[in-house]
Design a protein. Structure first.
Length: 255
């Protein structure tokens, strides 16, 4: 039976709200083969098959996403994404974790400036501000010559809807995944109930859409199937077991 809940398209995307977190958790578990390593204090905690990447959705931290990674050289970094950040944005960041991009010469704020975001001349570090003034994305000061952390915040009439913080040593490609998402004008599908977010009506544009709950789930299943097929196509075949009734060959023991 079709799900009757009506949907709308909300823009700008950064005011659409968090959305359905299963678009990330189910995509990782069923599509990419991540393991559930949750504890009682967490809603969902997932680990990549090699154990180097972790994605945690914590109910004790106001439904904050925590992304952690250990690079091949042993360097660790972490990102915190607030509860009302769109799950599509969080997914884009995790996709960048899965497929590291070259870091040389990457302009993290470039996508925002190309989309018409402005620079704050009073800021001591590189900063981009959305055209409506609601989102601010800035590089934070850091000691020495260490790679600097990044911080973003969406604030409407004094209320902070979400923040995003990337620690020192976060790969620029991972940070840029969020700036590319923020720069995109495409509206995001959300349930009509609860959209726009409280107090965001003057800043949010909504349009009706034929997409509903069932259509959204179908899109998720398609993404999961695509990720699973890609993963399985890259998995080396398993060697067949020795034929029944015949002992495997062994090296003769020297006397």
């Amino acid at each position: 039976m079709p799900h009757p809940t009506p949907y709308v398209l909300a823009a700008p995307g950064y005011l659409a709200g968090g959305g359905d977190w299963e678009h990330l958790t189910q995509w990782l578990q069923r599509g990419h083969g991540w393991r559930d390593v949750s504890t009682i204090d967490q809603h969902t905690a997932l680990a990549s098959p090699d154990g180097r990447l972790h994605v945690v959705l914590s109910r004790r931290a106001a439904w904050t996403w925590t992304l952690r990674a250990t690079a091949e050289d042993g360097q660790e970094w972490m990102a915190l994404l607030g509860a009302h950040i769109p799950v599509e944005y969080a997914t884009a960041v995790v996709e960048a974790m899965l497929r590291p991009a070259p870091e040389h010469g990457m302009d993290v704020l470039g996508p925002l400036h190309s989309a018409g975001w402005t620079t704050d001349p009073a800021s001591p570090t590189p900063t981009a501000v959305s055209p409506d003034g609601l989102v601010r994305f800035a590089e934070e000061p850091a000691a020495g010559r260490a790679p600097r952390p990044w911080h973003a915040a969406c604030t409407v009439d004094g209320y902070r809807w979400w923040t995003a913080t990337f620690s020192t040593h976060t790969p620029p490609g991972v940070v840029a995944a969020l700036t590319r998402s923020l720069s995109c004008d495409d509206p995001l599908p959300r349930m009509a109930i609860g959209t726009p977010l409280y107090g965001c009506e003057p800043y949010t544009r909504t349009t009706q859409t034929p997409l509903g709950y069932d259509g959204e789930r179908a899109q998720l299943e398609a993404r999961i199937a695509q990720a699973r097929d890609h993963r399985l196509s890259r998995t080396p075949p398993t060697a067949p077991p020795p034929s029944a009734g015949r002992a495997p060959l062994t090296r003769a023991r020297s006397r």
